[in-house]
Design a protein around this ligand. Structure first.
Ligand code: GLN
Length: 544
């Protein structure tokens, strides 16, 4: 397969929306009938983002095959409604690790190992691997042009263009056109410099995507086209939008497909964006609203809940409802009883996943409120574990009920650590408190059997077997199952003896899930349990 490659680089500064640009382009191509793939290359040395602090790096996105990847992979899946894998993201750390491993095994026959050609060759190998069986592969290079660590990737891209020619490799440069407020002027100089920097290393971008907060007039586009030496239809404006899901539509209007078609010599095509268009309209101008309390602890950096926030948007879009998130800091809730009052004004309560003891008492207060006041509740991962702890402490009277995560020696290990478990490939893994960080978690997609007639099974449209993704070390202890069920907390999801979901019998809708449903939610295919949670919250609002 003669895969064609679209490289997306970033200039001027980070956070310009390269991920959204790449996803949008890939979405338009997919909706035009092409077999599209997408790859994110991260220039950092970490082997994967699994051990990076969410405060520093935002969310760790888990793919179905259990890779802990960059949050941009999440955008790719949400836009393209496709599953990606560990093949769709790699880091400098991984590249060096494989080259060094090969060197240690004598794979280079005594040669001196250098950045060029060895590191660059390994980068190209991985890019080509991601493009296998695809007609078009969009490759997003992390970082900003001019960064030292990005150089080997740009060299790989230059070499691929040399190898495959212009018809198979194009380069799109995403840059910023800053607005100088005092003068009310948009400035093109940083873009010119960034393009010059690319040229210096032998890359000429064919298309400029110009991020701006104000419409770029035609004369400025002409100026950019002249100074950056791109065709006049190759300056594509990316104006700030209310919703990221508008971007494919905006790029389409800006005519981005015309030069892509021309450069890559693609046959005539037109994307079908009808359904997408409707969903975007329902995000921008929804018929109704609902309020959901989001009780979390990383509220200063909401990026760490990226997938869940997006999943709520998807559910809202599909229900023509705006989901208003009421952010509640679990630590504040822990300290201040009056904050519980806030929960009286929401239609649903959501407790997301998390690690560590900080803020858990606040989360449990919110769970208790949802349980007692019959507010629709969804607990995810840690949220489910805490729902079980709350139930054990306050309903079953097991005052010392705890998770081994918070007290490894607890007498009542309601949430415990299984030392041996089977990973996705059926390989036995050992985890202990002393295991190094990373590598000991249950990661990726697992099957879960849903209980007949349960609310969980109804949410999943009657499916008896569902697949969802995991990222956790601890599990609910089946030793307590009988006691829980006798008192009204039903185990409604199980996977080979592991407790995957619980729900309350005497409650309109209270569900805890051990998995992370947000990882499989897409704009055009919202996650079903999250969708049902929002539906139930809308229903509760109507009843009140
Ligand atoms: N900290 C819990 C565990 O490791 C929950 C993890 C999560 O919420 N992702 O099991």
């Amino acid at each position: 397969m003669d895969t064609k490659y679209i490289f997306v680089t970033g200039g001027v500064l980070s956070s310009l929306g390269k991920g959204i640009t790449s996803s949008s382009i890939a979405t338009l191509l997919k909706h035009s009938g092409f077999r599209v793939g997408i790859l994110k290359i991260d220039p950092y040395i970490n082997v994967d983002p699994g051990t990076m602090s969410p405060l520093e790096h935002g969310e760790v996105f888990v793919t179905h095959d259990g890779a802990e990847t960059d949050l941009d992979i999440g955008h790719y899946e949400r836009f393209l409604n496709m599953n990606f894998s560990s093949k769709n993201n790699f880091t400098t750390g991984q590249v060096y690790q494989s080259v060094i491993d090969k060197e240690r095994k004598g794979g280079y026959l005594g040669k001196t190992i250098q950045v060029v050609p060895h590191i660059v060759d390994e980068i190209k190998r991985r890019i080509k691997l991601a493009g296998e069986d695809k007609e078009i592969l969009v490759v997003e290079l992390g970082g900003t042009v001019g960064d030292i660590e990005g150089l080997p990737f740009l060299e790989a891209m230059r070499e691929m263009k040399h190898e495959f020619g212009m018809e198979r490799v194009i380069s799109i440069h995403v840059t910023l056109i800053p607005l100088i407020r005092a003068a009310g002027e948009l400035k093109t100089k940083p873009t010119q410099h960034s393009v010059q920097e690319l040229r210096r290393i032998g890359i000429t971008p064919q298309i400029i995507v110009a991020r701006t907060e104000k419409e770029i007039p035609q004369d400025l586009k002409n100026k950019l086209s002249l100074s950056c030496d791109v065709d006049s239809d190759c300056v594509i404006m990316a104006e700030d939008a209310k919703s990221i899901y508008q971007m494919p539509l905006n790029f389409l209007k800006e005519g981005i497909l015309t030069p892509i078609k021309r450069f890559l010599k693609l046959p005539e095509f037109k994307p079908d964006m009808k359904e997408w268009d409707i969903l975007v309209k329902q995000i921008l101008a929804p018929q109704s609203e609902v309020s959901i309390a989001f009780v979390g602890k990383y509220l200063t950096l909401k990026e760490s809940y990226k997938s869940l926030i997006e999943a709520l948007i998807h559910a809202g879009a599909n229900l023509d409802t705006k989901v208003n998130i009421v952010w509640i800091d679990s630590e504040e809730l822990e300290k201040n009883d009056e904050l519980v009052e806030q929960l009286k004004y929401v239609n649903g309560i959501l407790v997301p996943g998390g690690f560590g003891e900080r803020g858990i008492k606040g989360k449990m207060k919110a769970i208790e409120f949802a349980r007692i006041h019959q507010v629709p509740f969804l607990g995810i991962c840690l949220g489910m574990q805490l729902a079980i702890l709350e139930f054990c402490q306050n309903v079953l009277g097991i005052k010392e009920a705890n998770s081994m995560e918070f007290d490894p020696k607890t007498k009542e290990p309601v949430i415990y650590l299984i030392e041996n478990f089977m990973d996705q490939n059926g390989k036995e893994q050992i985890r202990t408190h002393k295991s190094p960080m990373g590598g000991t978690m249950r990661l990726g997609e697992y099957e879960c059997n849903t209980l007949k007639d349960s609310k969980l099974q109804k949410a999943y449209k009657g499916q008896a077997l569902i697949k969802e993704r995991h990222r956790h070390r601890y599990e609910a202890n089946p030793k307590y199952k009988e006691q829980l069920e006798k008192n009204g907390m039903i185990i409604c999801g199980e996977s080979k003896g592991l407790i995957e979901a619980v729900e309350l019998k005497e409650h309109p809708w209270f569900i805890g899930v051990q998995f992370h449903p947000e990882f499989t939610s897409r704009l055009q295919a919202p996650n079903l349990v999250i969708l049902e949670f929002i539906k139930q919250s809308i229903y509760a609002k109507k009843q009140s």
